[in-house]
Ligand binder design. Structure first.
Ligand code: FES
Length: 171
C-alpha cells in the first residue's frame, strides 16, 4: 500500500484545508476588528468627557468660599496626562453653586478669600473681587473666570477645560 494514501475519503483533505482557511479568516476578521476599534476609539469619544467630581454638593456651606484641589486628566487621543489643579467653590442660598478659576484675571496670580474683608484678594498687585467674582479694586481687567459646573446625583461636577471668561460688569 502507498504511504501517502490514507483512510480519508477522496476530497476530505481539500475540505479540511478549506475549512481551516475559512475559520482562520473569521478569527482574523474578529481580532483585527477589535484591535482596530481599540486603536481608533479615542478619536471618536464623546466631547462630554472632562467633568471632574469635586465631592458632595451639599458639603459646601452657603456664602463660604472654599478652595478645592483636584487632579485634572487631559486626554489627547491615546495620551492621558494628569496635573494638580484647584478651584474656588461658592455656594449660595438655594441650589446655585459658582466655581471660579483660582487665577487672578490680571496676570494669573493665585488669589485667596479674605474672611474679614469678605473679598477675594490677589497678593500680587492688590486686585480685589467680591463673592460674585466681580472686580471691586485693583488692576484686574475683568471679573473672575468660571468653570462650568453642575450637580448630578448630589455630586458637584466641573469642567476645567471649558473655563469661561466673565464679561466685565459692575458689582
Ligand atoms: S496678578 Fe492679581 S493683581 Fe496682578
Amino acid at each position: 500500500m502507498d504511504e501517502t494514501s490514507s483512510h480519508a475519503p477522496p476530497g476530505g483533505h481539500a475540505f479540511l484545508s478549506a475549512m481551516t482557511a475559512v475559520l482562520g479568516s473569521f478569527v482574523t476578521l474578529i481580532l483585527g476588528g477589535s484591535a482596530t476599534g481599540y486603536f481608533l476609539s479615542p478619536l471618536f469619544e464623546s466631547k462630554e468627557e472632562g467633568w471632574v467630581d469635586l465631592g458632595r454638593a451639599d458639603a459646601f456651606k452657603a456664602e463660604t468660599p472654599t478652595k478645592v484641589e483636584f487632579v485634572e486628566r487631559k486626554r489627547d487621543a491615546w495620551v492621558t496626562t494628569e496635573h494638580r489643579a484647584s478651584a474656588w467653590v461658592v455656594a449660595s442660598e438655594g441650589t446655585a453653586i459658582t466655581v471660579f478659576d483660582p487665577r487672578c484675571t490680571h496676570l494669573g496670580c493665585p488669589f485667596r478669600w479674605n474672611v474679614l474683608d469678605k473679598r477675594f484678594l490677589c497678593p500680587c498687585h492688590t486686585a480685589a473681587f467680591d463673592i460674585k467674582g466681580l472686580v471691586v479694586g485693583g488692576p484686574a481687567p475683568r471679573a473672575l473666570d468660571r468653570y462650568p459646573a453642575k450637580v448630578v446625583e448630589q455630586r458637584l461636577l466641573i469642567q476645567p477645560a471649558a473655563r469661561e471668561e466673565k464679561e466685565t460688569e459692575k458689582p
